[in-house]
Design a protein around this ligand. Structure first.
Ligand SMILES: [Zn+2]
Length: 144
């Protein structure tokens, strides 16, 4: 996910840290993606990095999003849309991206709510190792 706006909206209040992890795994945020966001753990698979990045969008963790982005494609900043709430992540499929791979893909559906309407972002993301760590490279949004 790489939503960017040219006209930056006013910064919104950061959502409170959720109890249940936004990434969809049956775990508490603090012990799931929260550990990656705090730098206490690293993603061992591309899917785990994808989940942690979805959670970072949900909790507006810009530093984590930037450091888990490949330097070749990393934006200067992440603009969180204050009217948008990322609610649920569905992993559709993965290709490679395992502990012994250098590249991987994750197809996902990210469900959000915006202005009372529910929407879904369907994307195929590419991940790559950078200095040993999984990072997000880019993604192709499926309009269908
Ligand atoms: Zn999680």
């Amino acid at each position: 996910m790489s939503r960017r706006r040219t006209n930056r909206p006013a910064p919104a209040a950061v959502p409170a840290a959720p109890e249940a992890c936004p990434c969809g795994l049956p775990a508490r945020y603090a012990e799931c993606c929260g550990r990656l966001h705090r730098g206490e753990a690293a993603a061992s698979t591309a899917e785990q990095l994808m989940r942690s990045r979805f959670s970072a969008f949900a909790v507006h963790d810009e530093p984590y999003l930037l450091r888990s982005w490949h330097p070749d494609t990393r934006p200067d900043a992440v603009d969180f849309d204050p009217g948008m709430r990322w609610e649920r992540l569905e992993i559709v499929g993965t290709g490679e991206g395992g502990p012994f791979h250098q590249e991987g893909t994750v197809e996902f559906r990210a469900h959000y709510r915006e202005g009372g309407h529910a929407g879904v972002l369907h994307e195929n993301s590419r991940f790559r190792r950078h200095q040993g760590a999984w990072v997000y490279l880019d993604g192709v949004v499926d309009a269908g």
